[in-house]
Each structure stands twice: as C-alpha cells, then as structure tokens.
Design a protein around this ligand. Structure first.
Ligand SMILES: NC(=O)c1ccc[n+]([C@@H]2O[C@H](COP(=O)([O-])OP(=O)(O)OC[C@H]3O[C@@H](n4cnc5c(N)ncnc54)[C@H](OP(=O)(O)O)[C@@H]3O)[C@@H](O)[C@H]2O)c1
Length: 259
C-alpha cells in the first residue's frame, strides 16, 4: 500500500515545493488550499510525471470546521495518511494597534488552531503505521518577539513550542515530528503579508522555496526535531539566547521598520 502525505497550503511557495518533493519520493498526496484551479493543475502535472494518485480538497483552513471536513473526506475516501504536513500560514505586517482584527483572527485560526486541530485529528491514524511523519512549518520568527509583525512571530513561537513538546511526547513511537524553520523565503508570503515596506527581505539572504522544501523533507525523514534552514539562521538563535531579550526585540523592530 502506498503512503499518502496530507499537505496544507500546497498551492504556492514552500507547500507547492514540498508537494513536488513528496510526489517525487513516491508518496500519494492529499493537497489542500483555497485556490482550486492551482490544486487541480498540480494534480494533473504530478499524476502524469510520477504515476502517483493525488486527491485535492479545496478549503479555507481558517474556518472552524475545516480540519473536520478534511478528516471526514479522508475517512470517506479511505485514504491512509502517514505524513501530515502543516504548512499553510500567513503573516500581517504593521503595528498591532493599526491591524485589522478580522485578519489577525484569521491568522491565529490558520497558523495555530487549524495546525493543532489537524494534528489532533490525524495522530491516532499516524500511530498505526510502521513509520509516520508530522512536519509543522514554523519560522525563524519563532525564536524572538517581532515588533511590526507581533501576532505572526508569536504564532510561530507557538508552532515551534508545540512541535518540540509533541516530539518529546512521541519520542518512543513510530512518528517523526519536525518543526521546519525557514528564514526569509521567496514565495507569495511577502505580498500576502503586505511586507513590501519592511526592510527584512532586503537585509537578509532570501532562499528559494525549493531549497527550503528540500531541506525540510530531508530533515523530516532524518527525524530532526527543529530544522532551521541556512547557516546564519542556525547561528542566530544561539546568539539571541545570550543577549537581553529587550535588545533582541529592539533589533527586530529596526529590521522590520519601513524602508
Ligand atoms: N516565505 C517566508 O519568508 C517564510 C519564512 C518562514 C516561514 N514561512 C512559513 O511557510 C509557510 C508557507 O508559506 P509560503 O512562504 O510558502 O507562503 P505562500 O506562498 O503565501 O503560501 C501559503 C500557502 O498557504 C495557503 N493558505 C493561505 N491562507 C489559507 C487559508 N485561509 N486556508 C487554506 N490555505 C491557506 C495558500 O493557499 P491559498 O491562497 O490557495 O489558500 C498557500 O498555498 C507558512 O506557514 C509561512 O508562515 C514562510
């Protein structure tokens, strides 16, 4: 029986590249996002190229019942999920006082709630296999507070802490849990988060989504609990832990400030 990977946010960026990699590695797929045409054309491309089976499920994951809708679909279609890739996420640039609440609320529901709910729903199924995988896409934003993207940084801090704790709880099981922490990466993220005015993407090297996804896949297979992409990104959290948190927060603010 072929393994199936459930990948959220498969319609662009890191999730799209992860999808291509899982297909190349022989996984069947269940891919989700809101933009149906993209999912359908990806299905067509990957089924043709790799001879795998791809299910698509179009869904807004910020909605309360979305994880249950995916879970029910998996049951109905008798799909055997042995890899859960919680990748979908958005950011929002600007001062908290100026932020639109509905957007912050969607971000929290997507970045935190749906990821946690999907993990809770699929964990019993994942535990049935000889080998299973959970990847949660966090960020280098997880390691410090982020003025001008305060809720986003905090949401990724949650993803990292949750993943590390889960990895500990599941250490003597068949499941590899990995938190992928990319730094600035080329994708639609910057546009969606309205980050054009931030200096972040000008100040730091920007990786391609493909590089990040290849690293994330390899790390997940190896069972790396926290997978930080890039040498500078790997060193930064060690350095940050030695410096007063107030200074670190002030430095992030400088980097995030308008050009
Ligand atoms: N790019 C970076 O610099 C960077 C750095 C660190 C971490 N990350 C993290 O990497 C992950 C992937 O982001 P990316 O950079 O690849 O950005 P992206 O190109 O904007 O991709 C985001 C994906 O999430 C999906 N998505 C967004 N809102 C959704 C919703 N309400 N319901 C369902 N799906 C939704 C999008 O699909 P639809 O629009 O079709 O729904 C898309 O497939 C995110 O968790 C992000 O926080 C990114």
């Amino acid at each position: 029986m072929k393994k199936t990977a459930l990948i959220t946010g498969a319609s662009s960026g890191i999730g799209l590249e992860l999808t291509r990699i899982f297909a190349r590695e022989g996984f069947n797929l269940l891919i989700t996002a809101r933009r149906e045409e993209r999912l359908l054309s990806l299905k067509q491309e990957l089924e043709k190229e790799f001879g795998i089976h791809v299910h698509t499920f179009t869904v807004d994951l910020s909605l309360n019942d979305a994880p249950i809708a995916i879970f029910d679909f998996v049951k109905e279609e008798k799909i055997e999920i042995n890899a859960l890739i919680n990748n979908a996420g958005i950011g929002d640039y600007g001062f908290f006082k100026d932020a639109d609440w509905s957007r912050l609320s969607v971000m929290i529901d997507l970045n935190i709630k749906s990821l946690t709910h999907l993990t809770h729903l699929f964990l019993p199924q994942l535990m049935k296999y000889d080998k299973a995988y959970i990847m949660n896409v966090a960020s280098t934003a997880a390691f410090q507070p982020g003025p001008l993207m305060s809720v986003y940084y905090a949401s990724k801090n949650y993803v990292l802490a949750f993943s590390e704790a889960l990895s500990n709880e599941l250490a003597d099981t068949n499941i590899n849990v990995s938190a992928l922490c990319p730094g600035p990466t080329e994708s639609e993220f910057q546009d969606v988060a309205n980050m054009k005015k931030s200096k972040l993407f000008d100040r730091f090297p920007v990786a391609s989504s493909k590089e990040v996804a290849e690293y994330g896949f390899k790390s997940l297979m190896k069972g790396k609990r926290v997978a930080i992409y890039g040498i500078a990104n790997k060193i930064a959290p060690k350095f940050i832990s030695l410096v007063p948190r107030r200074w670190v927060t002030a430095a992030v603010r400088k980097i995030q400030e308008r050009k």
